[in-house]
Design a binder for this molecule. Structure first.
Ligand code: BGC
Length: 252
């Protein structure tokens, strides 16, 4: 009998460092998600210590996949739009590996991880061709997948639509900040989706982030052409995608 196909994923967000072992046959967590509050300030050293604590709590001894809300090239964070600026230029893979006693680590963008998970196990699993996942949160994250293959670091939250960055128009945090109704915010989201679909022509958009929980209140209001489906994995997508990445030895 072959060993169970488990891998460990950690999702680093603004408020929590969350992780669990994942069953890669089903995309389900093997145990309850462990959450440690994100250290403030969220410097690389402090976050690495939180990652080590989480893995120790889980009793996991194997390789680990980790997400960051940043462009990640060869394990190095290259941007830091909504996290501590000290991440820029940090070799996150080397840092986490050192904090975990030298074991193998994969690091990838948070939205890319969510895209991998939704594409294999979730909302996009029955779509072929180009899938474009957007996470609506503090910013907008994006993942482009073509027949299951990730094109990493797409950063469409910073694409300009109508003269403004998409995440400055339609992140969930903008709805909150400006006290927008779902109708008002959905109009902004529609503009962003129209701008992106005219450039990429995806088969489907997957809408992720916390606000996808209220999908029935705003997805029906969208006026763009391409179908939009809510994410299925919700708050486990980053963990599952990180586990997939380390399992595949992915090094974006
Ligand atoms: C960052 C992305 C990230 C997204 C969601 C954006 O501001 O540039 O790297 O994926 O926020 O966290």
């Amino acid at each position: 009998m072959s060993a169970p196909a488990h891998a460990f994923g950690i999702d680093i967000g603004g408020s929590g460092v969350k992780g669990a072992a994942v069953d890669l046959r089903t995309g389900e967590l093997v145990h309850d998600r462990i959450k440690i509050p994100t250290p403030q300030p969220s410097t690389p050293q402090a976050v690495a210590a939180a990652v080590a604590e989480l893995v120790a709590q889980a009793g996991w001894t194997g390789p680990v996949g980790v997400t960051l809300p940043a462009v990640v090239l060869d394990g190095v964070a290259r941007t830091a739009a909504n996290i501590d600026k000290a991440w820029i230029g940090t070799d996150a893979r080397a840092l986490f590996s050192a904090a975990l006693g030298g074991r193998a680590v994969s690091v990838l963008n948070d939205a890319d991880a969510a895209g991998l998970a939704e594409d294999r196990y979730g909302a996009a699993k029955d779509f072929d061709g180009l899938v474009l996942l957007l996470t609506f949160g503090t910013g907008i994250g994006s993942a482009l997948l073509y027949n299951g293959t990730l094109v990493p670091n797409s950063e469409l939250g910073h694409a300009e639509v109508g003269g403004a960055e998409t995440e400055h128009r339609a992140a969930a945090s903008i709805k909150e900040r400006d006290g927008l109704s779902f109708e008002q915010w959905a109009a902004e989201v529609s503009n962003v989706l129209i701008g992106l679909e005219n450039l990429f022509w995806p088969k489907v958009f997957v809408a992720g982030g916390g606000i996808s929980r209220d999908a029935d209140q705003w997805i029906p209001l969208l006026t763009n052409r391409t179908p939009v489906v809510p994410a299925h994995l919700r708050n486990t997508a980053g963990i599952v995608g990180a586990a997939m990445a380390v399992d595949a030895g992915l090094a974006p």
